[in-house]
Ligand binder design. Structure first.
Ligand code: MN
Length: 388
């Protein structure tokens, strides 16, 4: 069973406050995602501005493998703008959406549920008349009435939508609840096996990845995510974390994903630079400390066997040695190994003496570098304690 990866770094991700990217960076990221094997690239909301539409069209012309999607409200003008910008893509997709929760319909759209249903029907039909691949999203699905959602998705499916997306727009749902909603929709929308159910989660309660994974267990076959988890407010579901979980716990999810994990560190850096949004050090998978160890017990374990303290094989991400951060929590094993790498093969008495100076320095310095180690090691006279 295959799960498709739909990346929205260039659309929802760019909606992070202050994250607007230059067109050249957007194209570079799209190409990187394409090379890594992403299934769908959501390139932008074409009706937003002529500059966005132009950038979407440029991406559509250069992406060679993935589908390229453009977002559109359920209004004619948006759908035509989306189509114009992606029509030259190898595999274009129109993604149309409208809100379905009472709070959004009443206060934002000022539309009745019947009017919303009519908009779904006509917009999906229009999109299908232009493009064979149409995704429909019920915005704020997780705060929508379930019976109404069934009716909405039934209408979208019957009008020709090929992917049905169930967004947790405001990051409100909980894993068990979201899984139950996906199961309910799959059971109650007639002919739902013809469509792919998709999930789109936000991280307002820190559950975007957990919710996405729960939905995959319930039969969702497309996940929408962003590199580094960037996006509106607290961000979207992080691509790298979700894929890592599905790989490491293949036994739990049993799904295939065609994405080159080794491409992730470079993509993460590219997105961080282009958006001016650095990745926090302790961020899972792509943080600077994700494979770093400080405490003596952990360093000793990792040196003996990496899987003692690392569940994600770093080689999967194209990384090499474990990063042992040397500081005052470090133990002799890690220090000895590092010294050996630097060319100092100390016997126990020399190592004991070295360790004392190491601890003195570690009390005043956060990280002991290789240069510090060399300086200290050169001060240890050879052969201390050796029998004369
Ligand atoms: Mn979103």
């Amino acid at each position: 069973m295959e799960v498709r990866v739909f990346d929205t770094t260039l659309r929802d991700g760019e909606q992070s406050p202050g994250a607007a990217m230059r067109a050249a960076d957007r194209l570079r990221i799209a190409r990187g995602l394409d090379r890594a094997g992403v299934d769908v690239i959501e390139a932008g909301f074409s009706a937003a501005s002529p500059a966005v539409a132009e950038s979407v069209a440029e991406i559509a012309a250069h992406v060679t493998r993935a589908s390229v999607a453009a977002l559109a409200r359920t209004v004619e003008g948006d759908i035509h703008a989306a189509w114009e910008s992606i029509r030259r893509a190898r595999a274009p997709r129109i993604h149309t959406f409208i809100a379905t929760s009472p709070i959004h319909m009443e206060h934002k759209l000022r539309m009745t549920p019947r009017q919303v249903l009519a908009a779904v029907e006509s917009s999906v039909r229009t999109a299908r008349s232009l493009c064979a691949d149409v995704e429909f999203s019920a915005e704020d699905a997780t705060r929508s009435d379930h019976d109404f959602l069934v009716e909405i998705f039934q209408t979208a499916l019957d009008a020709g939508a090929t992917t049905l997306n169930v967004p947790d727009t405001v990051g409100y749902t909980q894993p068990h609840e979201y899984a139950a909603l996906i199961a309910l929709l799959r059971a109650r929308v007639q002919g739902s096996e013809r469509a792919i159910f998709s999930v789109h989660c936000h991280d307002d309660l820190g559950l975007a990845v957990a919710n996405t994974l729960a939905a995959v267990r319930a039969g969702a076959r497309q996940i929408e995510c962003t590199v580094n988890g960037i996006g509106e407010r607290a961000g979207n579901c992080a691509l790298e974390e979700t894929l890592a979980a599905m790989r490491v716990r293949q036994d739990v999810y049993g799904v295939d994903v065609h994405f080159d994990m080794a491409a992730i560190p470079a993509l993460s850096r590219m997105v961080a630079r282009a958006t001016h949004m650095p990745v926090q050090k302790h961020k899972a998978v792509v943080g600077a400390n994700a494979f770093a160890h400080e405490s003596g017990i952990h360093q000793d374990g990792v040196l003996k066997h990496r899987s003692t303290y690392e569940v994600l094989p770093a080689e999967m991400l194209g990384q090499r040695a474990a990063r042992l951060h040397l500081g005052r929590q470090s133990g002799r094993h890690a220090i000895r190994v590092r010294l050996e790498r630097l060319g100092f093969a100390f016997e126990k008495p020399e190592l004991d003496r070295f360790y004392q100076s190491f601890l003195e320095m570690a009390n005043t310095k956060r990280e002991i570098t290789d240069a510090d180690l060399r300086t200290m090691a050169n001060r240890i006279p050879a052969g201390i304690g050796q029998p004369a």
